[in-house]
Design a binder for this molecule. Structure first.
Ligand code: SF4
Length: 180
């Protein structure tokens, strides 16, 4: 459903009746266009994110100019950069502190797979400790790739059922990462 499309339903003066599915879509549309990102940026990929936020690329066009540096007021975790194993518990705690519904964007080779740092000290992919919704490849990914990843998250948010977060599959996903 594009942003311009009307929600299907029956309208009259001062009221509108619609189906539960349409309410899901309406809420999905509102959520997708008002995501509050928490940038968990540790190295060079974080610099690309700064470029994405700057005036040339202007992430504010997507309804997300409001960065959140508090996990409790964020619903999209952007992990950009190398994550050392020592930092893993901190990342996990940040994820756990975010309220549902929440989404995770893993940006760059390091966050997604450890990248070139195949060493004892670097986490070989953040999906070992938290669930990831969208991966952005590259070392570093360009701002256009960053935006493509964000648009993919927006598409997921628009089409996600409101009840997905209460489903046994979602609970199993959380349990598989030993999350609170
Ligand atoms: S993926 Fe490349 S650019 Fe991004 S943090 Fe790793 S080394 Fe730096």
């Amino acid at each position: 459903m594009s942003d311009q499309q009307q929600i299907p339903g029956f309208e009259g003066p001062g009221f509108m009746a619609t189906s539960t599915g349409a309410i899901d879509k309406m809420i999905g549309l509102a959520r997708a266009n008002s995501l509050w990102p928490l940038p968990f940026a540790t190295s060079c990929c974080g610099i690309e994110f700064m470029a994405t936020m700057g005036s040339n690329y202007d992430l504010a066009r997507f309804g997300m100019e409001r960065m959140s540096f508090s996990p409790r007021q964020a619903d999209m975790l952007i992990v950009a950069g190398t994550i050392a194993k020592k930092l893993g518990p901190v990342l996990k705690q940040v994820y756990e502190q975010m309220a549902e519904p929440k989404w995770v964007l893993s940006v760059g080779a390091c966050a997604s797979s450890g990248g070139i740092f195949d060493t004892y000290s670097v986490l070989q992919g953040i999906d070992r400790i938290i669930p990831v919704d969208v991966y952005v490849p590259g070392c570093p990914p360009r701002p256009e790739q960053f935006m493509d990843g964000i648009i993919k998250i927006q598409e997921m948010v628009k089409h996600e059922s409101l009840r997905r977060r209460n489903s046994p599959e979602y609970k199993a996903l959380q349990d598989s990462h030993d999350l609170k």
